[in-house]
Design a protein around this ligand. Structure first.
Ligand code: AP5
Length: 221
């Protein structure tokens, strides 16, 4: 297998899902969000969802063996042949090592780690205003990207909700866990020459343009 292999890194609410989704559409490759996979499994009460539930609800991380297993299965699916964008994985050094092993087993390797960063105050505003579709997972923002009809998804007409983990206490916990466990991955990928830093403090279209320019600069246009 070959194709573009990208990951999106960054704190909660920075815009990883928004940008990974747009880039995946532009490139015609799958957008794989481990957070979305867990939320769906929790909603559907699958055995994996029941295992993940307490971690997701408290803002902690789901154990590496569970996450690595679902990512390995997903990356083996045929639609990942032309490439993929992982959003929210890896989040620990153990997951980064697992990803290298999965890709090596498929005869490919990571092309770049896109690291999106914005100031903490902007993150909090983005998280508290976020609304998500209960069915298709489309993401909106009450101020920056509102749906045409309040509370209703433009794409599929289903209701929009505020994520359970977007409350003050859980957001604080998610940021704390991010700084302890995921921030070290920025240095990890920088040391391997794979880090692409993006200033995400700009409107969605402008951030998308910055990502395209930065990927072109490293030969991944
Ligand atoms: P996950 O869903 O991955 O949550 P997260 O990393 O906290 O990231 P978010 O989805 O909150 O934010 P985002 O950066 O995607 O921002 P978005 O684009 O939505 O994970 C949830 C949980 O699952 C974790 O806490 C953990 O428990 C578990 N989990 C997942 N992966 C795991 C793993 N690998 N290992 C262990 N556990 C794992 O944007 C936010 C808002 O801002 C939106 O409203 C959007 O419209 C708006 N917005 C975006 N860009 C802009 C912009 N440029 N200008 C203005 N508004 C913007």
């Amino acid at each position: 297998m070959s194709g573009l292999c990208l990951i999106f890194l960054g704190p909660p609410g920075v815009g990883k899902g928004t940008q990974a989704g747009l880039l995946a559409q532009r490139r015609g490759i799958p957008h794989i969000s481990t957070g979305d996979m867990f939320r769906r499994a929790i909603r559907e009460r699958t055995p994996m969802g029941e295992k993940a539930r307490p971690y997701v609800e408290s803002g902690g991380y789901v154990p590496d063996d569970i996450v690595n297993g679902i990512v390995a299965e997903r990356l083996a699916e045929p639609d990942c042949g032309p490439g993929f964008i992982l959003d929210g994985f890896p989040r620990t050094i153990g997951q980064a090592q697992a990803l290298d092993e999965i890709l090596a087993g498929q005869g490919r390797r990571l092309d770049a780690a896109v690291y999106v960063d914005v100031p903490d105050a902007v993150i909090l505003r983005r998280l508290t205003g976020r609304r998500q579709c209960t069915q298709c997972g489309a993401v909106y923002h009450v101020e920056f990207d509102p749906p045409s009809q309040e509370g209703v998804c433009d794409r599929c007409g289903s209701p929009l909700i505020q994520r359970d983990d977007d409350n003050d206490e859980t957001v604080r916990r998610r940021l704390e866990v991010y700084h302890q466990q995921t921030a070290p991955l920025v240095e990890h990928y920088a040391a391997r020459g794979l880090l692409v830093r993006i200033d995400g403090d700009a409107p969605v279209d402008e951030v998308a343009r910055r990502i395209d320019d930065a990927l072109a600069a490293v030969g991944r246009s």
